[in-house]
Ligand binder design. Structure first.
Ligand code: 0WD
Length: 254
């Protein structure tokens, strides 16, 4: 038995085995959690099914977070399969590649709206439909980045969307605390994943981290996974509305 035995947790944002959400799933499963995974489209369905099949008892459901009806049916499926939900991990972001380079000032209305819809509003859209299933209390977690706090080269509209996401963490925490539901974020150091491929100059960023981060190394997904496990577990019961940096200390320097 583990810290999460008997807990049912929704994990959104597994795209492949390098996804942060996948490392989080490993850490949660190691503590006995029962997991539900979602996939955005048929493009990733097979990959998600294959990965999920390696974790016993996993549930796999479709959900593109830009479509309200898909989130409605996700919540209905979760109610049917789990009854009670204890956790929700949101590890989803998207912006058009052309909005992730050059000057932020050039951001289009459509690019701004899309980045905010998928990367920021989706946390609230899912939370509003799944919190009623958290009848025994719960923990909600999202993934953010330093670009929310600072103007970082090329991060641009994603940084603005992450700032809104971090503010959402605080507002959701304030709303849902009365139901013993906690809401937190992890601000992870840069990790080479599919999403990171969209960001220009990523290799340079990783080299800077190795030189300047207090721990002199880049972030590994397992480090994020273990902090996520802590935030899903009763060990973190006094923490809500918080953004925890899992970045080997980089945000305190440079
Ligand atoms: O350096 C990094 N990789 C960092 C990532 C540092 C700090 C934070 N993060 C954040 C990301 O911004 C994101 O919020 O962590 C989260 C997870 O990102 P990841 O693990 O780096 O990236 P990835 O493996 O690509 O997973 C993100 C997934 C999508 O993957 P693709 O590459 O297929 O877009 O988000 C999902 C999708 O699986 N996603 C959606 N899910 C449902 N509906 C949608 C959508 N419309 N769009 C994207």
């Amino acid at each position: 038995s583990g810290l999460l035995t008997g807990k049912n947790i929704l994990v959104m944002g597994v795209a492949n085995d390098r996804s942060i959400a996948w490392a989080i799933a490993q850490s949660l499963a190691a503590q006995g959690a029962k997991l539900a995974f979602t996939y955005e489209s048929e493009r990733v369905e097979e990959r998600v099914r294959k990965l999920a099949s390696t974790i016993e008892g996993s549930v796999i459901l479709p959900c593109n977070v830009t479509v309200d009806e898909e989130i409605d049916s996700l919540a209905a499926q979760l109610k049917e399969q789990f009854g009670v939900l204890h956790g929700f991990v949101h590890s989803i972001a998207f912006a058009k590649t052309e909005e992730l380079e050059g000057m932020y000032v050039k951001t289009s209305r459509a690019g701004f709206a899309l980045a905010h819809d998928i990367s920021s509003y989706s946390l609230t859209a899912v939370a509003q439909r799944v919190y009623p299933l958290m009848t025994e209390g719960g923990s909600i977690l999202t993934m953010t980045y330093l670009g929310a706090e600072r103007a970082l080269t090329n991060y641009n509209v994603m940084g603005v969307a992450k700032a809104a996401l971090e503010a959402s963490v605080r507002y959701l925490a304030n709303d849902l605390g009365q139901y013993n539901i906690r809401v937190n974020g992890i601000s992870a150091g840069p990790i080479r994943t599919l999403a990171a491929k969209g960001i220009s100059g990523f290799n340079t960023i990783l080299r800077t981290i190795e030189e300047k981060a207090p721990l002199r190394r880049t972030t590994e997904t397992a480090e994020v996974g273990d902090t996520a496990m802590f935030l899903m577990s009763p060990l973190s019961r006094g923490i809500t509305g918080e953004i925890i940096h899992v970045d080997n200390g980089y945000h305190i320097v440079g």
